[in-house]
Design a protein around this ligand. Structure first.
Ligand code: DQA
Length: 149
């Protein structure tokens, strides 16, 4: 599985802790790898601030990964390119699940629209770092039940 973190998530732990909590990205990734070991799956984690880098990594997931857990961060609300990349690999059998630490629907109106939700198999929001593990378990379940689209 590929876990992808979008812009500014490298600052977790120090970034607006009242919104995003105090756990670092390194801590989240370590817990995801531990959960992967428990589930018997390999978990690779990556963070990119650039939209193009995210698009490239998503496109390269075909043939390398069975699924993607992604927090596109601000690009959730703006990026047709990230949406199209997820739709493309979804159509090639690599499903994605969207994660948000916070609950965007309860925040500013510009966060209410997700461009990626419609091309993801599921969405998890509002549970803080636990959301990543819920998404990984959910995606694992989807793949065990028969896989991609
Ligand atoms: C976020 C929510 C987004 O609106 C925001 O731009 C982020 C983080 C979240 O995890 O809650 O950077 O995706």
């Amino acid at each position: 599985m590929l876990v992808l973190h979008g812009p500014n998530l490298n600052l977790l732990g120090r970034r607006e802790p009242e919104v995003y909590g105090t756990q670092t990205l390194e801590g989240i990734d370590a817990e995801l790898r531990a959960l992967g070991a428990e589930l018997g799956i390999d978990v690779d984690c990556a963070q990119h601030n650039g939209e193009g880098e995210l698009v490239t990594v998503i496109g390269e997931a075909v043939g390398r990964y069975d699924g993607i857990v992604i927090n596109p961060a601000a690009y959730t609300h703006t990026s047709v390119a990230v949406r199209d990349a997820l739709a493309a690999v979804g159509g090639m059998g690599v499903p994605s699940v969207e994660v948000h630490l916070s609950q965007p629907a309860a925040r500013e109106s510009f966060r209410h629209r997700s461009l990626v939700a419609a091309v993801c198999r599921g969405s998890v929001a509002g549970f803080g770092p636990d959301g990543y593990r819920l998404a990984l378990r959910g995606l694992h379940g989807i793949l065990r039940a028969g896989g991609g689209r």
